[in-house]
Ligand binder design. Structure first.
Ligand code: NDP
Length: 279
């Protein structure tokens, strides 16, 4: 499954929408100097600029206090030129990510982690949804993967990937199983999957013999090893799967494209006074 090609299409659509909307602003906050986080942020800004979204890159020292960070978030919440805000996780240990994420204006929460947005997804009425799951669902749709009645297995239960993608699959009427580090027999679960999404952060956690013949496999993992960037699924599973995302070039580019889409979505929601579907 070619994430690069689909992401290019999504970015082109977003670029047209941005041109129609006019000025659009995305702000990111990075606390500390984690090189991987710095790299992600750089790619997000580059992608934003390419579609005409102006971006504000706020870098704060690792020793930033919670009060200082909350003040920055509040200022961005109030800034009318900013339509999307993203606080890059993980934060340094002294900062509580839950408190920071809670402080975000839900209408600008392009990572979809603010409790109001997370709750809306849980209630089956999604508003802003984390970008990686949005990108995964777009890939499944682009390749016409049948989800209704399918057995979907998600490996990983993070707030940013595992849980939200499970909710989106459920919404498409898949029968969803969520696996995690305490799952007793992972292979038994994965072998049953028509659609397998793996987001665990362990190279080759899922080997070819754990994949059902003809299954659709979405490999979210991004692991830097001596052999370069690898996913969570052994590449040999490509021969068994009906469809599979490569690493790199699968979910990664779709995550960035979906973040841009979320920024447009946030601006459109604000133009509608951010009426939640429940209002
Ligand atoms: P987290 O570390 O937050 O979550 C990992 C999950 O995997 C946890 O729920 C954990 O279980 C589970 N897990 C760990 N080991 C096992 C195991 N042996 N068997 C079954 N489940 C296991 O990671 P993220 O969700 O943030 O990211 C997962 C991977 O996806 C990483 O490689 C990350 O870099 C990548 N990623 C890629 C993106 C992209 O755009 N391509 C975007 C986001 C993430 P438990 O809860 O029990 O600890």
């Amino acid at each position: 499954m070619d994430g690069n090609a689909l992401a290019a299409r999504v970015r082109a659509e977003v670029k047209e929408e941005v041109a129609q909307i006019g000025e659009l602003g995305l702000a990111t906050i990075l606390v500390g100097d984690d090189p991987a986080s710095g790299n992600y942020i750089r790619r997000k800004h580059q992608a934003a600029l390419e579609v005409g979204i102006s971006s504000t890159d706020i870098r704060l020292p690792a020793e930033t206090s919670e009060a200082e960070l909350l003040e920055r978030v509040e200022a961005l919440n109030e800034d009318d030129s900013i339509h999307g805000i993203l606080v890059q996780l993980p934060l340094p240990d002294a900062l509580d990510p839950a408190r920071i994420v809670r402080a975000l204006d839900p209408a600008k929460d392009v990572d979809g982690l603010q409790p109001l947005n997370a709750g809306q997804l849980y209630l089956g009425r999604p508003t802003l949804v984390p970008a990686t799951p949005v990108g995964i669902m777009a890939l499944l749709a682009a390749y016409d993967i049948r989800l209704s009645g399918a057995k979907a297995v998600v490996v990983g239960r993070s707030d940013i990937v595992g849980k939200p993608v499970a909710q989106l699959l459920l919404r498409q009427n898949a029968t969803v199983t969520i696996c995690h580090s305490r799952t007793r027999d992972l292979a038994r679960e994965t072998l049953d999957a028509d659609v397998l999404v793996v987001a665990a952060g362990h190279p080759a956690l899922v080997t070819a013999d754990m994949v059902q013949h003809g299954a659709t496999v979405i490999d979210v993992g991004m692991n830097r090893t001596d052999a370069g960037l690898v996913g969570d699924v052994d590449a040999a599973a490509m021969d068994i799967a009906g469809h599979m995302t490569p690493v790199p070039g699968g979910v990664g580019p779709m995550t960035i494209a979906s973040l841009l889409r979320n920024t447009v979505e946030a601006a459109q929601m604000r133009a509608r006074s951010f009426a939640f579907p429940c209002d």
